[in-house]
Ligand binder design. Sequence first.
Ligand code: HOZ
Length: 429
Amino acid sequence: MRELSAAYFERANQVIPGGVNSPVRAFKSVGGNPVFIQSAKGAYLHDVDGNSYIDLIGSWGPMLFGQAHPVIEEAVREALADGFSFGAPSLKEVQIAEKIVSMVPSMEKVRLVNSGTEATMAAIRLARAYTKRDKIIKFEGCYHGHGDSFLIAAGSGVATLGTPDSPGVTVSTAKDTLIAVYNDLQALELLFQANPGHVAAVILEPVVGNMGLVIPIDGYLAGVQQLCQAYGALLIFDEVMTGFRLSASGYQGICGINPDLTTFGKIIGGGLPVGAYGGKADIMNMIAPAGPVYQAGTLSGNPLATSAGLAMLNLITSDLDVYTRLENKGQALATAIRAQINKYGIKGHVNQIGSMFTLFFTDVKVENFADAKTSNTQLFGKYFKGMLDQGIYLPPSQFESWFLSDAIGDLELTKIIEASDLSLRAISA
Ligand code: HOZ
């Protein structure tokens, strides 16, 4: 059924570590071989063996309107005619920066980079320079890309592989990353008290996608902001996943909190490689060449990526109802899967907000990483395989969020729900 994928994976293993260019793509925790994708359009991924799947990864977030949206495709095609990379300024960079600043109230200035990882690494360097302090606080199970400072108690692929503290991160780097428990204000305050005058910033995913989907409890983010202000630390929202996905101004537009700095990822490239960080002008003006904090990149503001990103952001502002449609789909899916869990007596817990969703195989209410880790990952593996065999492509890990897109219509939603019913029934048998 997936012979070519298996053959390509064998070939890949000869020349690429683990056969994949990012660990979350491997099927290590769910078993079997990764699927090699030939093409993607709308709600579907098509593999090299001729199978099609409803796409619930959406390239880990950016495909809000589905794969290869014609408007974004056209924008890239038009930009291609003008060249691929300049290493010099272009108007599109200004236009996309203006667009982001107009959409996100906390963003007075923004710097484009090439990925979420670059954005978070630069944001903490800037926070350290601004506060003249060394330590950062991150949360157990949050993932902010693969910069050394963040590979401590990290979520996503490192949690999936069971190596949340990566070898190769030096002890001296690790000592400047303090770890807090998500959704626990008291623990955060204790950490501040134990490190007076040393914490430059608190960085967190305001809604977490990287331990599976975890939602902040009421008042939590406001409490985090108050603690940051009380202890003189900057608040950094990592909105690489939630930015422009949960609302046109990110999750900050929903919770009404203006962080000092925000990081964005691939969605502002319409799926092409882009990231960004930005925030208050007096902080951002410390970035070179305006200020002394160095950060650079030949491909930053690449014309193809900025064209795609601008098209994506224009699509969003011309169709803000997309968020209502996605919330309705998300809720329909959550209601259906909760009913299936009850019907089959499976220990499960569903977290959903807008188009982000996770079915945890645990009966614990999942509010932090320790809760998420009570999940039965073997059951998830069986469920994943059941879904894949019925043409539904889920993230291959319990510790990831699913991403719905606007291209998923009633037909696809019904197929997902039916496939889930069969997969859960098989598990319960
Ligand atoms: N943070 C994304 C998944 N949780 C990134 C995907 C990747 O690491 O390839």
